[in-house]
Design a protein around this ligand. Structure first.
Ligand code: IPM
Ligand code: MG
Length: 357
């Protein structure tokens, strides 16, 4: 089969981790007789430099026409001026919103060989952590009205959290479907003791729950959830939550599995088109040094094969290859622990290829 992949390397370590991932895709293509056709596009800080805008129209249009989008990372100190009119992060929101990718799947899996890299104690980790965060991605405070205005006679600012029942219902359905394929346990995270949007959210979750009697549902306030994630992560199977809370909790979930450098993500909408990116950022401090961990992006490509291309076997081959590399003791700096073999970006990428072949 032939697949069209729009590739956005982006800023910072983005290009390095994407390069390794494209090698992996090609290798899978050779092995299973698929052709991946890449169209390289710019977005983020590099697009601001080149075109003055974080998300050039051509980039969004090309992404919409592709079968899937692979993205490295965007942003960096160069474009971090809080007063700037254009910011690299706007590219991400523009891509997510522009393609209507309202569902963000962020599986936080602790690979057994990485137990040492987790900041949690063995007694808490037990036989492993396997959580899937389902984050709403095109609504809430990320997309609500914001601005500056005088408040009580002094300069002020505001952001607005807004959700309608349709937005909550569609993400709830995906979360329940995800739970059905896993341990049938869903935790909906909100702040219903304070926020009206959370009370609406809770109501919709309860309503959708009626269609999934097999799934055990519980509701948790976000402050408690962030605490429970480190106190007893094994209580979680699927977590469904709003855009903002999902952003925060997925970083936390990633860290307890060893490193933010390991977590992939899939952003999905109604059709097959999806965007795949690591949840880590552009890590400007280590960009260009050849030490970044490309595994989160490589694992994102596995998700691409699974969700956009229906290539489950091929996806598993990539995931298996990553596990093998870890089992053999190879580590990038972020997941390094005593007695392991420290390797760089290219080397760990090459090792993944070797395992696939
Ligand atoms: C993420 C990132 C983005 C987000 C930023 C870079 C806009 O943190 O994908 O989690 O907040 O969604
Ligand atoms: Mg984030």
């Amino acid at each position: 089969m032939n697949f069209k992949v729009a590739v956005i390397p982006g800023d910072g370590i983005g290009p390095e981790v994407v390069e390794q991932t494209v090698n992996v895709l090609n290798c899978v293509g050779d092995k299973f007789n698929h052709t991946f056709e890449y169209e390289y596009l710019i977005a983020g800080g590099c697009a601001i430099d080149e075109k003055g805008v974080p998300l050039p129209e051509e980039t969004l249009e090309a992404c919409k026409k592709a079968d899937a989008v692979l993205l490295g990372a965007v942003g960096g100190p160069k474009w971090d001026d809080p007063n700037a009119k254009v910011r690299p992060e706007q590219a991400l929101l523009g891509l997510r919103g522009g393609m209507n990718l309202y569902c963000n799947l962020r599986p936080a899996l602790l690979y057994a060989p990485l137990k040492e890299a987790s900041p949690l104690k063995d007694s808490i980790i037990g036989d492993g952590i396997d959580i899937c965060v389902v984050r709403e991605l095109t609504g809430g405070i990320y997309f609500g009205e914001r601005g500056r205005e005088e408040i009580d006679g002094v300069p002020g600012a505001y952001d607005t959290e807004r959700y309608n029942v349709n937005e909550v219902r569609r993400i709830a359905k995906i979360a329940f479907e995800t739970a059905m394929k896993r341990d049938k346990k869903l935790t909906s995270v909100d702040k219903a003791n304070i926020l009206e949007t959370s009370r609406l959210w809770r109501g919709v979750i309860e309503e959708v729950a009626k269609d999934y009697p097999e799934v055990t549902v519980n509701h948790m306030y976000v402050d408690n959830a962030s605490m429970q994630l480190v106190r007893d992560p094994k209580q979680f199977d699927v977590i469904v939550t709003s855009n903002m809370f999902g952003d925060i909790l997925s970083d936390e979930a990633s860290m307890i599995t060893g490193s933010i450098g390991m977590l992939p993500s899939a952003s999905l909408g109604e059709g097959k088109l999806g965007m795949y990116e690591p949840i880590h950022g552009s890590a400007p401090d280590i960009a260009g040094k050849g030490i970044a961990n490309p595994l989160a992006t490589i694992l994102s490509a596995a998700m691409m094969l699974r969700y956009s291309f229906n290539l489950e076997t091929e996806a598993k081959v990539i995931e298996g290859a990553v596990l093998k590399v870890l089992e053999e003791g190879y580590r990038t700096g972020d997941i390094m622990s005593e007695g392991m073999k420290l390797v760089g970006t290219n080397e760990i990428g090459r090792l993944v290829l070797e395992k696939i072949e």
